[in-house]
Design a binder for this molecule. Structure first.
Ligand code: FAD
Length: 496
């Protein structure tokens, strides 16, 4: 194993290249081929806190990265009108209140709620409360006892600037970039990929290939015919339209997802502009109508024509097939309501580092595919929950409410509905807190609560919850506004 070829220079290609360049430290020759004429998908601007692990691995300087990508901070996702029009909640990252002896905070809240004495659940999460107040600061390591020690953040950034920034890092680590369009792919007799031919007849050979060519899956599908698992029956949206608009104040430290008649609209605030997009199902609404809805709901001046995209939700039957691994959109697509695609790129690239072969080994390939399937299916379940738990009118939403759920999700819902319990399985991405926030936010209130709650009296529970909310309230008072924090910590560079 000497030569690795990455085909594609979007977010997936450059994230993989920067990581491999850094971690493999000259062990392999790494080359990336991309075609400016084809371009990238040009979306993908919101992330989840796990991205900090990637940033650490590539030793990225957070301030520089934020400045160069027009970045802002993200404390969670605000879901507007998902349960029903007029309702909203925030899925805030990080902890909820604090545990009390054996039990999680939400168990006490469930009992107070049954007694009709609970405050808004948002009052118990530092991330949610800060998001609603448009405040932000980094967590303080010296304040582990305070909610301020537990603020969890991710980033929102300009997708094209992010790929450009990562390209710089990858090239510093010795990755070679080749401009060119792949027009043909050659295979060895056993079916493994041998080389790609670029326009102009240049051939690039390698021992191992990473397909980051986007939705087309140039190597994994067009060449290796790996097959695709279609999840449209659970996630019926199949189109998206993205459009930037001018930035409006205040600079919100969260992404917004607003439900629409046959899908939803995102809003991602950056330093230089706001990213917007409408994700919808073409079975229930046509493109013209979808465009009208998107453009009628911008909160700034439209800055470009809508970028129109089609997709099929699902994943490749095997992410790793022969001597090729698919990373990014070539591996599959889960729609972005919880901003998971960039994470899935990072997870795949890290998994590949951990399982990188020195020669062909089927057990290693199977293990990679087993871990990938587990991760994708659990993320899929979490996203389906948002659609299923709705009380909206309209054919699209009725379909979602009545669809048959994957067994894994059905089981999670059943356990939750009995006593408000949730268990994170193995290395599944979303934490117990995330599930709790979305269950409660979407109005899925369990029938009961943990019987151990009864050890405490109503008065003790009320005092405990009151203290948690009051402490969080005091923390929010001392946090700076997000705008102010960004303009001091990481003011963006002027764009050329
Ligand atoms: C509507 C939408 C919204 C999204 N929002 C989010 C979000 O908020 N958060 C998030 O985490 N993710 C989001 N994503 C996902 C995110 O955009 C992608 O995961 C990410 O951009 C990775 O794309 P990619 O690099 O796989 O593909 P692309 O960006 O399509 O890049 C493909 C690359 O392959 C090259 N290529 C293709 N064919 C050839 C060829 N023949 N020869 C040479 N080069 C070739 C292209 O030139 C390009 O460089 C979103 C996706 C969509 C569709």
């Amino acid at each position: 194993m000497k030569r690795i070829l990455i085909v594609g220079g979007g977010t997936a290609g450059w994230m993989t290249a920067a990581l491999f360049g850094k971690l493999f430290q000259g062990l392999y020759d790494i080359e990336l081929v991309e075609s400016e004429a084809i371009g990238t998908v040009g979306v993908g601007e919101a992330t989840i806190p796990a991205i900090k692990k990637y940033n650490e691995l590539v030793q990225l300087d957070e301030v520089e990265f934020m400045k160069r990508t027009q970045g802002t901070f993200k404390l969670g996702v605000q879901f507007v009108d998902w349960l029903r029009p007029g309702h909203s909640y925030i899925h805030g990252f990080g902890v909820i209140g604090q545990d009390w002896e054996w039990l999680r905070c939400h168990q006490y809240w469930l009992r107070a709620n049954q007694r009709g004495r609970a405050k808004d659940f948002a009052d118990y999460s530092i991330n949610t409360a800060a998001a609603l107040a448009n405040k932000f600061m980094h967590p303080r390591a010296d304040m582990a006892e305070s909610p301020i020690g537990h603020i969890a953040h991710a980033f929102q950034f300009d997708a094209s600037l992010y790929a450009k920034y990562l390209r710089g890092l990858a090239e510093q680590h010795g990755v070679k970039r080749t401009e060119g369009k792949v027009v043909d792919v050659q295979q060895h007799k056993n079916g493994d990929i041998a080389s790609v031919t670029l326009e102009g007849d240049r051939k690039v050979e390698a021992d191992f290939f990473i397909d980051c060519s986007g939705f087309r899956g140039l190597l994994i599908e067009q060449t290796l015919k790996t097959g695709y698992e279609d999840w449209t029956h659970w996630l019926p949206c199949d189109r998206a339209m993205a459009v930037p608009c001018t930035r409006v104040a205040p600079l919100t430290p969260y992404t917004r997802a607003t439900a629409r008649d046959a899908g939803w609209q995102w809003r991602i605030p950056l330093q230089h502009r706001t990213g917007n997009g409408h994700v919808y199902s073409s079975k229930y609404i046509d493109d013209d109508e979808a465009e009208k809805i998107l453009l009628a709901n911008l909160d700034g001046k439209q800055l470009a024509d809508p970028n129109k995209l089609r997709f099929v939700t699902g994943k490749r039957r095997k992410m790793w097939n022969r001597n090729c691994v698919a990373i990014g959109l070539s591996a599959g697509f889960l729609e972005p309501i919880e901003s998971t695609s960039i994470h899935l790129i990072q997870a795949a690239a890290i998994r590949l580092v951990r399982l990188f072969p020195d020669s062909a080994d089927q057990a290693t390939i199977d293990e990679f595919n087993r871990q990938s399937d587990f991760e994708w299916e659990r993320v899929r379940d979490f996203i389906i929950l948002h659609y299923w738990a709705n009380r909206r009118d309209g054919e699209f939403w009725e379909y979602c409410r009545n669809m048959e759920l994957p067994e894994t999700l059905r089981h999670k819902i059943d356990v939750w509905c009995a006593n408000g319990r949730i268990f994170r399985e193995n290395e599944e991405l979303f934490s117990e807190e995330s599930w709790i926030e979305v269950f409660l936010g979407q109005g899925v209130i369990p029938r009961g609560y943990d019987p151990l709650v009864a050890i405490k009296s109503d008065a003790q529970i009320e005092q405990f919850l009151g203290n948690v909310a009051a402490t969080i309230g005091r923390c929010i008072d001392v946090m700076p506004p997000h705008d102010e924090y960004v303009s001091k910590y990481c003011p963006a560079e002027e764009l050329a």
